[in-house]
Design a protein around this ligand. Structure first.
Ligand SMILES: [Zn+2]
Length: 486
């Protein structure tokens, strides 16, 4: 009897602790309305500026062969013409012919400079779906409250907002105390090694380092995507790593009428199945921990209980997150087979069968760790595993820093009803290179219309809300002012 009472007593204490933790983490009510600034921005004019930028086909190209120099030089000229005060006041430097660094020299401050990033290149339009666009992809049409076209969200809209904000600040007579930089890459969509990486090399050589850097990545999002009962302003604090890994199997080949028991294609397929079956272990990486700390209290039951009592439920949470593709991308290294090649004729055995596995590396794993894992689960030396290109996850930026606080404060001023939360960016951007010269690399795009149109990025009907674009301009202007406060 005593044993039973002891068990019941222990259970009661456990339930009380769980309930108490959940109650402590329960957030206070969010602000209802939206804190808007008195704006004298000319929305239509700003929309036209973005429209003009979209019409310049600055398509990304993986090599210089398909690269349209004129389009990029045209965009440089367009920026000069559209933002005369920026070009009169800031120093401009061309890096590797097509990328740009602007420096707004401050009047004097102990503070390190900060840097706003954007990229000028856009992904091509898939010819098969070109006819599905409501407005031609490079028309820059302004209709129904939107600016339409490739790059509107990714990321000429962001680029417009940054340039427009600085132009406006100058025309209002604002002059920063600390130095402010803008860096515009020209090959983000094909890895950024010719643009952003070169910009970082130039800045590093000069001994520059930055208090913080802000680039695309985190967005204003519908909280239901994260099972959260509030809208979330996700600020990226880390970017997953990347690896393209080639698997290849060689064989004698020959005529398909007399196949061996084991063909190269068969061996390769077994290897791929083994990789899909044996995923890497999910972990609660630091970026995720920070995110859950901020949104946990807003999560739906029973997630709020689970997240508030991680000491007990961590394994359960990881299993739950890893079960879906969105959650899995946040907690583990993902491995996706993307390319396959075998024989070139129906009746010929492949002499070489090849596959590419595209991996996105968790901040808790390393490139070598992923290679080792793949080799181990395949367990067959006939399958050659090679790295094509790879880089590790970026360092997790400190949320307890001036940069994060400045961005979060600006978000709260502009988008008060959103819960600010750090975030793990699962895709790769130019900002990864900047970890070299800044401890605070943050990813955030301040556009409300992205909430509805996120799926149009790299797809049909990419568009930016005219009103959202103006809000984005306000955001960056306010960010510069906030960053300059003593
Ligand atoms: Zn982008």
């Amino acid at each position: 009897m005593i044993v039973l009472y002891s068990i019941l007593g222990a259970l009661a204490v456990l339930v009380a602790i769980i309930a108490l933790n959940t109650w402590i983490k329960k957030p206070s009510k969010r602000k209802e309305g939206v804190a808007k600034f008195e704006s004298d921005l000319e929305r239509d004019k700003i929309a036209k500026h973005l429209s003009g930028m979209i019409q310049l086909k600055t398509l990304t190209a993986s090599s210089m062969d398909g690269f349209d120099k004129e389009a990029f030089l045209g965009l440089h000229k367009y920026l000069e013409k559209t933002y005369p005060l920026v070009h009169k006041t800031l120093g401009r430097e061309v890096v590797n012919e097509y990328s740009l660094i602007y420096k707004w020299t401050g009047s004097g401050s102990q503070k390190k400079p900060f840097l706003m990033m954007a990229h000028m290149d856009v992904v091509p339009v898939d010819e098969r779906t070109a006819g599905d666009w409501e407005h031609d992809a490079f028309s820059g049409a302004i209709a129904d409250g939107y600016v339409w076209g490739r790059g509107a969200l990714d990321m000429k809209g962001h680029l417009t907002a940054v340039m427009e904000a600085v132009e406006k600040l100058i025309s209002d007579g604002f002059a920063p105390q600390r130095d402010v930089y803008i860096a515009l890459g020209h090959d983000e969509e094909s890895m950024g090694t010719l643009g952003a990486q070169k910009c970082v090399e130039v800045l590093k050589k000069r001994g520059e380092s930055f208090e913080f850097v802000i680039d695309e990545g985190g967005v204003l999002m519908d909280g239901t995507m994260l099972s959260v009962n509030a809208d979330v302003a996700a600020i990226g604090i880390c970017e997953k790593g990347y690896a393209d890994i080639r698997l290849s199997v060689a064989s004698k080949g020959g005529h398909a009428s007399r196949p061996p028991k084991q063909t190269a294609v068969g061996t390769l397929c077994r290897a791929i199945v083994a990789i899909e079956k044996h995923q890497m272990k999910p972990t609660l990486n630091e970026a995720m921990k920070h995110m859950l700390d901020c949104v946990g209290g807003y999560m739906k039951f029973p997630l709020n209980v689970i997240v508030s009592n991680m000491w007990l439920f961590r394994p359960l949470l990881l299993i739950g997150l890893a079960a879906g593709s969105n959650g899995a991308a946040m907690v583990r290294t993902t491995m996706a087979p993307t390319m396959l090649a075998g024989s070139t004729a129906t009746n010929v055995l492949a002499e070489k069968a090849e596959a590419v596995i595209n991996c996105r590396i968790s901040p808790d794993d390393t490139v070598q760790g992923v290679l080792d894992h793949i080799r181990k689960v395949i367990g067959n030396d006939d399958v050659i595993v090679e790295e094509i290109k790879a880089f590790a996850a970026s360092r997790v930026s400190d949320t307890d820093s001036e940069g994060f606080a400045t961005i979060a404060r600006t978000v709260e001023q502009m988008f008060g009803e959103f819960v600010v939360a750090p975030y793990l960016m699962v895709a790769a951007t130019d900002s990864k290179f900047y970890s070299d010269i800044s401890d605070g690399v943050f990813l955030f795009q301040p556009f409300r219309s992205v909430m509805q149109d996120l799926s149009t990025i790299h797809a049909v009907n990419e568009r930016m809300g005219v009103e959202s674009l103006s809000e984005g301009v306000e955001f960056f202007a306010q960010l510069v002012r906030n960053a300059d406060e003593r």
